[in-house]
Design a protein around this ligand. Structure first.
Ligand SMILES: *[C@@H]1O[C@H](CO)[C@@H](O)[C@H](O)[C@H]1NC(C)=O
Ligand SMILES: *[C@@H]1O[C@H](CO)[C@@H](O)[C@H](O)[C@H]1NC(C)=O
Ligand SMILES: *[C@@H]1O[C@H](CO)[C@@H](O)[C@H](O)[C@H]1NC(C)=O
Ligand SMILES: *[C@@H]1O[C@H](CO)[C@@H](O)[C@H](O)[C@H]1NC(C)=O
Ligand SMILES: *[C@@H]1O[C@H](CO)[C@@H](O)[C@H](O)[C@H]1NC(C)=O
Ligand SMILES: *[C@@H]1O[C@H](CO)[C@@H](O)[C@H](O)[C@H]1NC(C)=O
Ligand SMILES: *[C@@H]1O[C@H](CO)[C@@H](O)[C@H](O)[C@H]1NC(C)=O
Length: 463
């Protein structure tokens, strides 16, 4: 069996019919080649090819978190199913250095070696929610940009990386008590241009929100085409749209669509994000959809969960899809209290009482995250990812995501299953997007999610 990457290299960027057996063509593409390349330019990505893969190749990637290596050891990754994998996180420091101290720095070389032995690109992501504090100052001046470029290039050569991913959450915004200025987006572009100038061969990507980087007025930029000239792609983080700490009702973590959601619940989706980024001049074929292999749990009492009026009024689910023995639950029930409920078996109770990176006193509590794998190993989903008998269940056909209600925990979990990933894969193919990025590799269970999105796009390994 040839590695997936080699098979993919035989595909043209316009999703032409495969020239080798073993690859299933995308169902839609043959009929309508590159449907939304309209917003796009004819300018190809500026990069060359670092390891024999054309940059027009599909991106089938995931983030690999150094701190969850016990759940998914490097030698158990399905490398052949990925075109690249991105190690998380390297953290930029106030002094301009970039450190891996919060991830397993000793593991990174093993990660790179394992990737390369499968002809998979090894990337490193810089930043993250708590790691974006100093981006703004590190790109603020010409001197600082030069230092930061040099620090980034040092990592590339030290670890033999094929690319860098920038996860600045977010330029021009405080995020997690980040330094920020109205010039962040423009400075970020200047930085990326300089980096690209010095590194024409490596893959450069950025993880981004559902709306384009803000301009100096704080509104989404109307023209981000400059970023498309220096980045190979951006990964749109279509998750955490609803969550227990920031929403007043339960809602989808990772909605495919939201224009079909009830008024007031339209809070962004893959559909809205692709529209927003392409309208601002980012070509569809440089957009990668970032997918969630996890869900969020919310405290919901039994009355709200099974509220017949809410079930009826928000009945965007098909009763034929109800798994055996499950009971219908409300669409957007109110959250019972402000507590974050316990998540899956990997969730840990934070004791609180320490100062966080913003200098705030932390409170005791759960993280409330349910990996897809945790739902299976916890016995809430079966080996195929189907909700088990006795749970409350709903599949929301607008967001294309399911919810389960675990009554004895008073917890509703909004998550993604293989059906959700397949729907997103179909959307990726229909829209002519570059591919997918999964947060995070360890969240999947026996590749159920990965295989679902891959086969929906038309990537299938020859057996
Ligand atoms: C430039 O970077 C240094 C640290 O390397 C930092 O102290 C300084 O504030 C930065 N300059 C600006 C304008 O942010
Ligand atoms: C880019 O790749 C080519 C071919 O592998 C190599 O010869 C060249 O030195 C690389 N350029 C840079 C700037 O790394
Ligand atoms: C999103 O929902 C709208 C209806 O509001 C529908 O027309 C459109 O086809 C949906 N798109 C996807 C990708 O589901
Ligand atoms: C369902 O509950 C949510 C949260 O309270 C509420 O916003 C929404 O209006 C309810 N929907 C219906 C149709 O009752
Ligand atoms: C259930 O939760 C809702 C919303 O928080 C609240 O209005 C209601 O009183 C609760 N019902 C019970 C029985 O606790
Ligand atoms: C919120 O509800 C959960 C489930 O009933 C309960 O365990 C928890 O103690 C409640 N938290 C607060 C702050 O009331
Ligand atoms: C999973 O799916 C396979 C194939 O459809 C089926 O044979 C098997 O019984 C299913 N397993 C469970 C636990 O439902």
């Amino acid at each position: 069996m040839l590695p997936l990457a080699l098979l993919l290299a035989t595909l043209s960027s316009a999703w032409a019919a495969p020239t080798m057996c073993g690859l299933v063509p995308p169902s839609v593409a043959a009929a309508s080649p590159s449907p939304t390349a309209a917003g796009g330019s004819s300018v190809p990505p500026s990069t060359g090819s670092g390891s024999g893969k054309s940059t027009d190749d599909i991106v089938a990637t995931a983030w690999y978190t150094g701190w969850n290596a016990a759940q998914l050891p490097v030698d158990q990754v399905s490398w052949d199913k990925y075109t690249s994998m991105t190690y998380a996180f390297a953290l930029p420091q106030a002094d301009g250095t970039i450190l891996l101290q919060d991830s397993d720095v000793a593991l990174l070389p093993q990660f790179v070696q394992a990737a390369h032995s499968s002809n998979t690109r090894a990337m490193l992501t810089i930043g993250g929610w708590t790691g974006s504090k100093y981006f703004s100052s590190l790109v603020a001046t010409s001197d600082n940009r030069t230092s930061f470029v040099n620090a980034a290039m040092q990592l590339v050569s030290q670890y033999d990386l094929d690319g860098l991913d920038f996860d600045w959450e977010y330029p021009g915004a405080p995020g997690d008590c980040n330094v920020n200025t109205p010039d962040d987006t423009q400075n970020f572009l200047l930085f990326l241009q300089q980096l690209r100038g010095q590194a024409p061969n490596i893959t450069l990507s950025a993880a981004v929100s559902l709306t384009p980087f803000v301009d100096d007025s704080g509104s989404p930029s109307t023209d981000v085409s400059g970023f498309a000239k220096v980045l190979d792609y951006i990964a749109i983080m279509d998750y955490d749209v609803f969550g227990p700490g920031w929403s007043t009702s339960v809602g989808p973590n990772a909605p495919l669509n939201d224009t079909c959601a009830p008024a007031g619940m339209q809070q962004g989706s893959a559909v809205s994000a692709v529209k927003a980024w392409t309208s601002a001049g980012f070509p569809a074929n440089q957009l990668v959809l970032a997918l969630a292999a996890y869900g969020h749990g919310f405290v919901v009492n039994t009355t709200s969960a099974y509220d017949q009026a809410n079930i009826t009024a928000t009945a965007s689910f098909a009763s034929t899809e109800m798994p055996a023995g499950t009971m219908p639950i409300a669409g957007y029930p109110p959250i019972g209290n402000s507590s974050v409920p316990e998540g899956d078996s990997t969730d840990a109770w934070g004791v609180g009482g320490t100062l966080d990176e913003c200098g705030r006193m932390t409170q005791p509590g759960w993280g409330g995250v349910w990996n897809f794998a945790g739902l299976v190993t916890g016995g809430f989903l079966d080996q195929n990812g189907t909700a088990v008998s006795g749970l409350g269940y709903r599949f929301d056909t607008c967001s294309q995501t399911p919810y389960v209600y675990i009554e004895d925990r008073q917890t509703m979990v909004a998550y993604d299953d293989p059906t959700s990933f397949a729907a997103k894969g179909q959307f990726i193919a229909e829209q002519g997007l570059r591919g997918f990025a999964i947060w995070e590799a360890a969240g999947d269970y026996q590749d159920l999610l990965l295989d679902a999105v891959s086969s929906a796009i038309g990537i299938e390994e020859h057996q």
